[in-house]
Write a protein that binds this ligand. Structure first.
Ligand code: TYD
Length: 140
């Protein structure tokens, strides 16, 4: 993994190693090998309506690795003090989003697919869905 941009201590944009030959390109992501956590869950967002915005929550413990495997989208990350934005515009880019970070996703191109690798199974109790609650917990 090549570090492209550090947004916060536990949030950074990386370039994946790409294995390319005349047939095309391949990226392999491996839990606890080139990713900093074991993968417990994979989900992906696709078929978004024009102008759709997603996210608007933080996770108390979950770590995630986001890859826009097709198209592009913008991810905003907020640690309770600063807000940073990154344009995810290629399958060779991965964004590590650690815990206790508010995130918002927007400006999906038509046909965009955002794949997320997650460190834990889905657990609604891990979500903070209210921004003021997030600020209170983040500043503790
Ligand atoms: P949500 O986390 O609100 O999506 P986003 O943050 O991308 O806007 O999830 C939308 C719905 O999908 C919600 O009802 C919870 C459900 N869901 C699962 O069942 N499993 C999952 O792994 C995820 C991420 C969501």
């Amino acid at each position: 993994m090549q570090l492209l941009e550090r947004l916060f201590d536990n949030c950074a944009l990386y370039r994946h190693p790409v294995i390319a030959d005349e047939r095309g390109s391949l990226v392999a992501l491996e839990g606890d090998r080139n990713l900093p956590f074991a993968i417990a869950r994979v989900y992906y967002l696709f078929g978004g309506a024009a102008g759709a915005e997603r996210g608007f929550h933080a996770h108390r413990a979950l770590q995630q690795w986001a890859v826009c495997v097709a198209g592009a989208c913008t991810i905003l990350v907020d640690d309770g003090r600063d807000r940073r934005e990154v344009r995810m515009d290629g399958p060779d880019k991965g964004l590590l989003i650690g815990n206790m970070l508010w995130r918002e996703m927007r400006d999906f191109t038509p046909g965009a697919v955002l794949m997320v690798l997650a460190s834990m199974p889905y657990d609604e109790a891990d979500y903070i869905r209210d921004y003021d609650d997030f600020l209170r917990e983040a500043r503790k």
